[in-house]
Design a protein around this ligand. Sequence first.
Ligand code: UD1
Ligand code: UDP
Length: 364
Amino acid sequence: MKLVTVVGARPQFIKASVVSMALRGVCREVLVHTGQHYDRNMSGVFFEELKIPKPKYNLGVGSGTHGKQTGEMLIRIEEVLLGEKPDAVLVYGDTNSTLAGALAAAKLHIPVAHVEAGLRSFNRRMPEELNRVLTDHVSDLLFCPTRTAVRNLAEEGITEGVRVTGDVMLDSVLHFVGLARENPEKTKIFSELGIEPKRYRLATLHRAETTDGGVGAVARIFGAFERLPEKVVIPIHPRTRPLAEQALKEHDFGNILLTEPVGYLEMLLLTSNANQVLTDSGGLQKEAWFLGVPCVTLRRETEWVETLEGNWNVLAGLDAEKIYRLATRTAPDPAAREKKPFGDGHASEKIAKALAAAFGDDVK
Ligand code: UD1
Ligand code: UDP
């Protein structure tokens, strides 16, 4: 069996790292990096730290409007697929790289396998929602992290090829968090940032809905953060950095600590030792849940509805007053953590097995 895996954005490197490990010995995997993320701290660092094999192809697509970026990926992925002739194409999540990989394969009648299938925010204004829906509808194997995802697919008439595997991000947290904790090169992040465990909150911001509001929207969020009693550490996504820097120029938000994006191991350390996470990220909401850290989500809806149970995650939207109120007055219920909605931490192996069973007549 020969698989082509298409990745391109930070969260996909993290998800692919554990699945690629499970696939070794099961099949030949050809890794294609679309180049959607390209800064060292958004791409290279993950390949090094997580020991992901070097991609055979880096398509160098880079940034652009949705049409340009997705279109260029489509053209270049098609060329790769015509040359490689894989048995299946594996895609992750909901980025433009996901959609381009799935569409290029489907049009060439190559089976598509989608990891993180069935997630829905029911907000079609999100580019990610369009990417997810379209990818699921051209996929042959749909690996769902949760039962909710299976139900979402069934409501759209997709029942064939659907498997509940659990969440690969749980696999990666379980695999890497110990390695992070015992690596002195990584634990020095606390002294480098001048913070102490359990005496800060961690925030990330990159969603289009957030940045579309410009400096004003970011400044309003920072205004809510400023009222919090601890430091707020923000490893800032390059998309949001100019807005955040401008907001900080216009007003001295004394407790905000802006820093470059960090590697995954450092991020696990920062997350697991935070008092609280405040974020518009999808992946970070889940990681907070896995690590037992309360989360305030800076969006009005979430795909990861299981995290809302017992107020471990609360939806604040982008309203400063609501962010402050929920950040200071939410008490999560420990009993809610007894459920294990994201599986047992072995999603990657289940995915590798299902791929081998579906496409692996001549398993290597
Ligand atoms: C993309 C995904 C989003 C995902 C996020 C993960 C889409 C539509 N969006 O959003 O679902 O949550 O990745 O982080 O696919 N930039 C750099 N250096 C980089 C990468 C980006 O400077 O290495 C800047 C560029 O100005 C670029 C902007 O960030 O225009 C946005 O990058 P892009 O990949 O289009 O979207 P993300 O916001 O990263
Ligand atoms: N992450 C990281 N360094 C950072 C910020 C995030 O390693 O500086 C990790 C985070 O732990 C999670 C993933 O990146 O595993 C989430 O990616 P992001 O928020 O960019 O995208 P989303 O999950 O919203 O698609």
